[in-house]
Design a protein around this ligand. Structure first.
Ligand SMILES: Cc1ncc(COP(=O)(O)O)c(C=O)c1O
Length: 396
C-alpha cells in the first residue's frame, strides 16, 4: 500500500457498530468492567483509549513499525524517551542546530540530575565519532534541523553510534514520514511534534514516540501511563483527520518552499538561504539520498539589522508572526527571540545561529501570493533604506 493510501486506510475501518465512515471520538475517562479486572481491553483512558489507540496504529504504520505512543506534546514525548534512557553520568549527543526546547530540557532538566549533553555538529560524521564514548547512551538527531534545516546523515551516524552501543533517536518533525523514513535508515527511536505537519492545522498540541524493537519501546510506553502526559481523545481525532491529507499537504508545502527558496536566493537583502532542496545547501546530496522530498520549511538570513528583521516579520500579509510551523496557514518566526530564545545569546553565536535568521513555514496557500508577500517585504526595506538620512546628516 502506498503512503497516501495508508494515511486514509490503514487501521481506520468504518466503525463496526453503525458503519460510520469516520470513527467516533471515545470521549470517556473510564470503561465498565464485567467483573473486577475483566475489561474489553480498556480500563482507564490515561492507560488506553480507543481513539488514541487508532491514532497510534496509524502513526506506527506511517513510520513503518509496530509501536507508537501518543503524548500531550512533542516535548512530553521527548521527556519520556530521555527519562527512559538517561541516568546520571550518561552522555547524550545532540546537534548544534536543534529545537530550542530540546536544548532546554537537556540543559535545564536532565543536566542538573547528572546527564551530560554534548552539543556538536552532527552533520560532521568525524565529530560524531570523536564525541562517542562508552557513556554515550543516545545520539539525538534532527534532520532537517530547526531552524537552519541542516541535514544529518542518519544511516552513517546510526552505524557509528551502534558500534558504540548507543541508541539513535531521530526527531522526524520537519521531514515527516511522508518524506523520510528514519527506521529504514537505522534509527532506533523516532519522535514527533505531532503539533506540526502531522496534525497540520495549527489547532492541537501533541507528540509521539515510536520504536522498532518492542524492548526499546517498552520503557517509553510504560512512562506514557506512569507519568500520564497523554493527549485527549478529541486531539487524537483531530490528528487522525489531519493525517488523511498529509501527503497532499506535504507536496504543497514543498512546492511553496521551493518557489520561495528560489525567489530569495541571490536577492541583495538576503545573505543566505537555508533549504535542503537548493544545490547550494551543504546537505543537499545527503537530503536527495535519504529523503523523498525536501520538506516545507525555508530559513534565511536577512542582510540587514535586527530592526529590519523585526519590521519584516511583523508586517507580512500572509505569514502570521508566530511560534510553530507545519500548518496550512503560513507562519514566520524570528528564532533568536522566539523558538530558540531559551538558548543564551553567546551559545547561539557559537552555534552559528544568527540573530538575523528568519524561519518561514509556508502553508498551503498559492505560492505566487507567498512569494509576492516576501518580495514586497524586502522591497519595503529597500525603500525605507533609501529614504533614511545618511548617518550624520543634518536637518535643513
Ligand atoms: C523539531 C521539534 N521537535 C520538537 C518540538 C516540541 O514539540 P511540541 O511543541 O509539540 O512540544 C518542536 C516544537 O516546535 C520542534 O520544532
Amino acid at each position: 500500500m502506498k503512503f497516501g493510501t495508508k494515511t486514509i486506510h490503514t487501521g481506520q475501518p468504518s466503525e463496526p457498530e453503525t458503519g460510520a465512515l469516520v470513527a467516533p471520538i471515545f470521549q470517556t475517562s473510564t470503561y465498565e468492567q464485567e467483573a473486577p479486572g475483566h475489561d474489553k481491553g480498556f480500563s482507564y483512558s490515561r492507560t488506553n483509549n480507543p481513539t488514541r489507540q487508532r491514532l497510534e496504529g496509524v502513526l506506527a504504520a506511517l513510520e513503518g513499525v509496530e509501536h507508537a505512543a501518543a503524548f500531550a506534546s512533542g516535548l512530553a514525548a521527548e521527556n519520556a524517551v530521555l527519562q527512559a534512557y538517561l541516568r546520571p553520568g550518561d552522555e547524550v549527543i545532540i546537534p548544534g542546530d536543534v529545537y530550542g526546547g530540546t536544548y532546554r530540557i537537556l540543559n535545564k532538566v536532565f543536566q542538573p540530575i547528572g546527564v551530560v549533553p554534548r552539543q556538536i555538529d552532527t552533520a560532521d560524521l568525524a565529530a560524531v565519532e570523536a564525541a562517542l564514548t562508552p557513556r554515550t547512551r543516545l545520539v539525538w538527531l534532527e534532520s532537517p534541523t530547526n531552524p537552519r534545516l541542516l541535514i544529518n546523515d542518519i544511516a552513517a551516524v546510526a552505524k557509528v553510534a551502534h558500534a558504540q552501543k548507543a541508541l539513535v533517536v531521530v526527531d522526524n518533525t520537519f521531514a515527516t514520514p511522508c518524506f523520510q523514513q528514519p527506521f529504514e535508515l537505522g534509527a532506533d527511536i523516532v519522535i514527533h511534534s505531532v503539533t506540526k505537519y502531522l496534525a497540520g492545522h495549527s489547532d492541537t498540541i501533541q507528540g509521539a514516540a515510536l520504536a522498532k524493537d518492542p524492548a526499546v519501546f517498552e520503557p517509553i510506553k510504560f512512562l506514557q501511563n506512569a507519568t500520564g502526559a497523554v493527549p485527549s481523545p478529541f486531539d487524537c481525532w483531530l490528528t487522525l483527520r489531519g493525517l488523511k491529507t498529509l501527503e497532499l499537504r506535504m507536496q504543497r508545502h514543498e512546492q511553496n518552499a521551493i518557489a520561495i527558496a528560489i525567489a530569495l536566493e541571490g536577492h541583495p537583502l538576503v545573505r543566505r538561504v537555508y533549504f535542503p532542496g537548493l544545490a547550494s545547501h551543504p546537505g543537499h546530496d545527503i537530503a536527495r539520498r535519504q529523503m523523498t522530498g525536501f520538506g516545507g520549511m525555508v530559513s534565511f538570513e536577512l542582510n540587514g539589522t535586527i530592526e529590519e528583521v523585526v519590521s519584516f516579520v511583523s508586517s507580512r500579509t500572509y505569514f502570521a508572526l508566530g511560534e510553530s510551523l507545519g500548518g496550512v496557514k503560513a507562519l514566520v518566526c524570528h528564532p533568536a527571540t522566539m523558538t530558540h530564545a531559551s538558548i543564551p545569546a553567546e551559545a547561539r553565536a557559537e552555534l552559528g545561529l544568527s540573530d538575523t535568521l528568519i524561519r518561514l513555514s509556508p502553508g498551503c496557500e498559492n505560492s505566487a501570493d507567498l512569494v509576492e508577500d516576501l518580495l514586497q517585504g524586502l522591497s519595503e526595506l529597500e525603500r525605507a533604506r533609501g529614504t533614511k538620512k545618511p548617518v550624520g546628516a543634518t536637518a535643513r
